[in-house]
Every structure is written in structure tokens, then in C-alpha cells.
Design a protein around this ligand. Structure first.
Ligand code: ADP
Length: 547
């Protein structure tokens, strides 16, 4: 790197005037680089001159009367002086040499050996080293500031708060005097600068129609722009020109190929010229602003969707409540007339109102069976809704006794269906806390399903045992089984694997829903495992009773 050709200002601190004269002559001999050498003879004068920070390089003699050059060096470094210091001393002072480097001198010259070439080289290296150091520090500093900007941008999802700050932060990052953030509006037809830094607010009102102005140019090319003189660009806008813009940086604000607008920064005096490094910094801010806008939009969209879902859910819940209320009312209204009808029909079928003719017997049988089915359906519906809404009173229940009663009641049905029904209750089965009537319904439903869905010749087995702190009730059959994909849905209300009008098995699809709801209201669990054509096993686990 060549030193530039303005004179380098050098201060020599040396108590010997002869040395000053020699040094001045040496410097005068050097070609290609002018030097201006100033001289201070005493420590105190040197302190004052160094404080003024007007020199590019300092040559300091080790001997300075009552003080020495190292003291002066220490003092200068303590003042955070950034310019290079070169220490001059006599032959053989190796200790001084080492100490000088430790304190912060960039070089050490032995006076007797100095000639024009040595001093030129030492000064050149010193200046270059300081320049590189300064550059590295500037880089570190801008990286640090960029990190701060990144933190500020990424920690804010509120765009109205974030975006005006983005312009200010970017301007501060590169020392720009003014700036603006332009956003595409009007369904992609215009660009406007809603966020300004150090510019008249009315600039915000101006709408740039598609294709006009530098912001559009940047959006359309997708490329950043660095201009030394804004006004000379053919796309420059008049009113921006009048704002007195000199250097200009404009970068696209994009995320995932979506264009949001442009971040533009300006210098308002000819002395401030932006460079490529600053352009790269602003590009990084532009990208971050793009992500921030995208994130904020996604966030508000998600919030919006969540609100919509919440409203829909509330509505569904309301509908569900209305539907349940309607079904409950209708069922209650149906219950009494049905019971009366069923009573009369059964009496009639039994011949209580006169012997039936042979032709009447079969249709009367059908009417009786259907009346019974309808009554059961209404009872099931009321039971399901009651579990949901009515508080059931709990007591200590002996499940062994309950199971015994249930299986006894189903022995006849099983025999008729050509099945065996076995009961296997572990001795000392603990009792549980529950509602006997409801638990009875659980067993009834599981047993009647097992019998209903098991072809003649099969077996149904009821077992009850303790497992850890639970009592498990199991109804296993050797029936038609349940395909795996149906095993969860069979617990839904009104769900039947074959729900067609021509289905083989009767039922309402409410039995297992009732089982599940009752079991859950007892803080228990119901599970099914099943293999098609081999059989099914329903198990209900209920917490043991504890005092
Ligand atoms: P349903 O009144 O139809 O029996 P459930 O709620 O009790 O209603 O049962 C729902 C569906 O689950 C039945 O329609 C049947 O398809 C299936 N299912 C229930 N238990 C068994 C079982 N033991 N074997 C085979 N399928 C069964």
C-alpha cells in the first residue's frame, strides 16, 4: 500500500537539537513521500503537543532529561492515543526495546544505525500497521452495532414500533444523516415512504406510481444501489433532489423472494461518501427488516386465524349444547307416551284384550319388539345425556357382586345365541367408588355387544382382577372383531361400523359412548383390542376404593 502524498506530520521528542536537525535532513532525503517534522525538546512540552493529537507518527527519544521516553509512551497510551509511537535509543538497550514493545510502541530504532531507508521503512510500517488496526477496530465496531440492530429487529413483532426504528438504526450504523423505508402498497401498484428519519414528514405522503423513482428501480432489479451523487441518476426524483442528497444507498427489503420495499439512506453533505462496506451493512439490515415484516405478518395472520377458530369453536360448542338440549327435551317428551304404548302393546300381544288370531300374532310380535327397541333407544339417549350433565352420586361398590348379577342376566341370551358365557372373578377383588346403576349399564352394554357380535358356537368371557391400584373388568368374545381403523370411532355417539339401513345387527350406536362417558366420569379408562374374525376384548380400568 502506498502512503498518500499529503505530508505526513511527524513529531520528534528529543532533548538534543542536533538529533532534530539530523532527523529532518534524513526525512528530506526520502523520495516520493513528503514529511513535516515538528520538534519538542522537553517532556512537558511533548505532553502538550501529543495531547493535541495533530501528528500521524511520534518519534520519541528514550532520554528526556529527568524523565524518559517510556514514561511518555505510557502516558500517551493511557490517554488512548491511537497514532503510532516509535522509540529511539542508544545501542544495546535491549531491555528498553522489550519494554517499549510491551508498553505499546510500534517500533524501536537504534539512533546510531538510523539512515533514510531505515527511518522511512519504520514510519511506513508504523502508519500501515495503525491503519490496519484502525480498520479492524472499525469493522469490529460495525459488526457489534449490526448485532445490536439485529437484536433490536428480531425482538420486536410490532411493525409500527419496529419499522421507524429500522431506518434510524440503519442510519446510525453507517453514519447517514437521513433515510427512509419505502413499502410497496396499493396492491403492488405504488411505493410510499411511510417511515422517515431526519426528512420532512410530507415526504411520506408522496406515492410513487409503479416504475417511477429509484425505489421502484431497486425493487424491480432486486439489486442494491450505491451512488456518490444521487441527483445524477436518471431515475432520481425531483423532490428528493431538492432535499440535498449526495451519497445514496438503497437496498431491497425482501424475504423469501417476496419484495416488501426499499431501505434508503442518504448523506446530506458532499463530505460524507458511503462505501461498499457500508452498503453490505445496510443490505444485511434490509434482509433482516424483510424477515421481520414477514414474521410479523405471519404472526398477525396466525393470530387472526386463531381468533376465527376460537369463534367457530364457540359456535360449535353452542350448537352442540343446543342439540343436546333439544335431544334431551324430545327424549323426555317421547318417554311417557312410548311407555304407555309399549305397555298396551305388550298386554295386547299377551291376549289381555282378547285372543289374537294366527294372522295377528306375527305382526303383533313385530310391533312389541319395535316398541321395546324404541323405549331402549330413548332410555339410552337420556342416559348418555345424563352422564354428561347430571352429577351422579358415588358410593362404595362391590364389583364382584355387580358382575355376578350382570352375567346371570345374560346367561339366557347367550344360550339362545349358542354361546358360552363364563365368569372369572379374582378373589379379594377390591371395591371401587362409583354409581352402581351406571356401572351396571357399562357391564350390560359390553356383554350385550359381545353376545350380539359373536356367531353361534363362540364364547364370551367376563373377568375381573386387580392390577396395581386399579380394578380391571374385561369382556372378551370370539366374535366378528373390529377393524383397527374403527377401534377409536366405535366410542363416538351413534357410531356403528355398519350403519346402513340393511345392517345385520340392531342397535343405536350409543352403547359404547355411554360406556366411555360413565367410565370417564369414574376417573377410569376403557380400551379395546380386537382382531377381525377372531374376537374382541374390551377392558375397563377403574381406580380402587381408598378411604
Ligand atoms: P350398537 O348399539 O351398535 O351396539 P355400540 O356403541 O355399543 O352401538 O357399538 C358401536 C359399534 O361397535 C357396533 O355397531 C359394532 O359395529 C361395534 N362393536 C361393539 N362391540 C363389538 C364387539 N364385541 N364385537 C364387534 N363389534 C363390536
Amino acid at each position: 500500500m502506498e502512503l498518500d502524498k499529503r505530508p505526513l506530520h511527524i513529531l520528534l521528542v528529543d532533548d538534543d537539537e542536533d538529533d532534530y536537525v539530523i532527523t529532518r535532513d534524513l526525512l528530506a532525503d526520502i523520495k516520493g513521500q513528503p514529511y513535516q517534522l515538528d520538534w519538542q525538546a522537553t517532556y512537558n512540552e511533548a505532553v502538550e503537543a501529543i495531547s493535541n493529537r495533530q501528528h500521524d507518527v511520534y518519534l520519541i527519544d528514550y532520554r528526556l532529561g529527568a524523565h524518559n521516553g517510556l514514561e511518555l509512551l505510557r502516558w500517551a497510551i493511557s490517554q488512548e492515543h491511537q497514532s503510532p509511537f516509535i522509540l529511539l535509543t542508544g545501542q544495546g538497550d535491549r531491555e528498553v526495546d522489550l519494554e517499549a514493545m510491551r508498553v505499546g510502541a510500534v517500533d524501536y530504532l537504534v539512533k546510531e544505525q538510523i539512515d533514510a531507508a531505515i527511518i522511512e521503512r519504520s514510519i511506513r510500517y508504523a502508519v500501515e500497521r495503525k491503519r490496519v488496526e484502525a480498520q479492524r477496530e472499525a469493522l469490529l465496531e460495525s459488526e457489534q452495532r449490526l448485532n445490536e440492530v439485529t437484536r433490536a429487529i428480531s425482538s420486536n413483532l410490532d411493525l409500527s414500533d419496529l419499522l421507524p426504528n429500522v431506518v434510524r438504526l440503519a442510519a446510525e450504523l453507517i453514519g447517514a444523516e437521513a433515510g427512509g423505508l419505502a413499502l410497496i402498497t396499493n396492491y403492488g401498484e405504488s411505493i410510499r415512504y411511510p417511515y422517515l428519519f431526519n426528512l420532512p414528514p410530507h415526504f411520506s405522503e408522496h406515492l410513487h406510481p409503479k416504475g417511477q423513482g429509484l425505489a421502484w428501480h431497486i425493487v424491480q432489479t432486486g439489486e442494491s444501489l450505491l451512488l456518490a451523487n444521487y441527483a445524477s441518476h436518471p431515475q432520481a426524483t425531483d423532490y428528493w433532489k431538492q432535499a440535498g442528497i449526495f451519497s445514496f444507498i438503497g437496498v431491497p427489503v425482501v424475504a423469501a423472494k417476496q419484495n416488501f420495499g426499499v431501505l434508503a439512506l442518504f448523506s446530506l453533505s458532499a463530505e460524507i461518501q458511503f462505501n461498499d462496506r457500508e452498503l453490505a451493512l445496510v443490505e444485511s439490515v434490509g434482509r433482516q427488516a424483510g424477515f421481520a415484516i414477514q414474521n410479523a405478518r405471519l404472526f398477525s395472520e396466525t393470530q387472526h386465524r386463531a381468533k376465527e377458530l376460537e369463534t367457530a369453536l364457540t359456535r360449535l360448542e353452542e350448537l352442540d349444547r343446543l342439540k343436546s338440549a333439544f335431544i334431551r327435551n324430545a327424549s323426555h317428551e317421547l318417554r311417557t307416551p312410548l311407555a304407555i304404548m309399549r305397555g298396551y302393546v305388550e298386554l295386547m300381544a299377551d291376549g289381555a284384550f282378547g285372543e289374537l288370531t294366527v294372522a295377528q300374532k306375527e305382526p303383533m310380535g313385530i310391533v312389541t319388539a319395535r316398541a321395546k327397541m324404541l323405549t331402549n333407544l330413548v332410555d339410552d339417549i337420556i342416559a348418555v345425556l345424563n352422564v354428561e350433565t347430571v352429577d351422579i352420586s358415588m358410593e362404595r361398590v362391590d364389583l364382584a357382586a355387580l358382575a355376578q348379577t350382570a352375567t346371570q342376566e345374560f346367561q339366557l341370551a347367550a344360550r339362545r345365541a349358542g354361546l358360552t358365557l363364563e365368569l372369572d372373578i379374582a378373589p379379594d377383588l377390591p371395591s371401587i367408588l362409583g354409581a352402581p346403576f351406571h356401572l351396571g349399564r357399562v357391564l350390560d352394554n359390553l356383554l350385550s355387544n359381545a353376545i350380539k357380535f359373536t356367531p353361534s358356537g363362540g364364547a364370551v368371557r367376563f373377568s375381573a382382577y386387580q392390577q396395581n391400584s386399579e380394578v380391571v373388568l374385561e369382556v372378551a368374545d370370539t366374535g366378528i372383531g373390529i377393524p383397527e381403523e374403527e377401534q377409536e370411532r366405535i366410542f363416538d355417539r351413534f357410531y356403528q361400523i355398519d350403519g346402513s339401513p340393511t345392517r345385520r345387527y340392531g342397535g343405536t350406536g350409543l352403547g359404547l359412548a355411554l360406556v366411555k362417558e360413565i367410565v370417564e366420569s369414574h376417573h377410569g379408562r376403557v380400551q379395546v383390542s380386537s382382531i377381525v374374525n377372531e374376537g374382541s376384548r374390551f377392558s375397563v380400568a377403574l381406580p380402587c376404593f381408598s378411604e
